[in-house]
Design a protein around this ligand. Structure first.
Ligand code: GRF
Length: 198
């Protein structure tokens, strides 16, 4: 039976698209649901075009009740019999209680070479720190932000003329390569890290 994957997004969903396209060529993984926490996420249309069911579970409809929002997400995941969750530009921090229900089953992609630059504005921060290399990481989600075991990294050199925008534009295609490569190994039980040079 193929492993059933849900992808959680908040925005354009370009990583989601690369994951769905890669899964189309892999009989052992199938994308069963895309959930957005924002109705305006343009990725929802892209997922629907690719034939994957979508759901908006907008956190704004739950006032400040994070747990109620997560209960709604959990019941959608249960209903679709999801085995693994891929966070792909999902701009919500999941509570420890939610993560506990999915031990070692949630992956995230982060646009930095972790453990460097956890959190936001990673491209700006890598430039400000004078780094030679920058890139992205896929990791297992744990209760600590951007901190779980690293399953893969892809890196590129920072050039003197780089801006946060140019760097973001170089890192994103690396994300699109790295995430499907890691997921395909991970669902087969291989957690040894993948390293790509861009
Ligand atoms: C990516 O850079 C991802 O690493 C970060 O948010 C961005 C989402 O892009 N967490 P997209 O929605 O996949 O196009």
């Amino acid at each position: 039976m193929p492993r059933r994957v849900a992808i959680l997004i908040s925005g354009s969903g370009s990583n989601m698209v690369s994951l769905i396209k890669a899964m189309a060529g892999d009989p052992d993984i199938t994308p069963v649901l895309v959930i957005s926490n924002r109705a305006s996420a343009t990725g929802l249309d892209r997922a629907a075009e690719l034939g994957v069911p979508t759901l908006t579970i907008d956190h704004a409809n739950f006032a400040n009740d994070r747990l109620a929002h997560e209960v709604a997400i959990q019941s959608a995941l249960d209903e679709h019999r999801v085995d693994f969750i891929c966070l792909a530009g999902f701009m919500r921090i999941l509570s420890p209680g939610f993560i506990k229900k999915w031990p070692g089953k949630i992956l995230n992609i982060h646009p930095s070479l972790l453990p460097k630059f956890k959190g936001l504005h990673t491209h700006e921060r890598a430039l400000a720190a004078g780094e030679t290399y920058h890139g992205c990481s896929v990791h297992v989600v744990t209760a600590s932000l951007d901190d779980g075991p690293i399953l893969g990294q892809a890196r590129c050199r920072i050039e003197p003329e780089d801006t946060p925008q140019s760097l973001a534009a170089r890192v994103l295609p690396l994300e699109h390569k790295l995430y499907p490569a890691v997921l395909a190994r991970f669902i087969r039980g291989d957690s040894s890290p993948v390293f790509l040079d861009g």
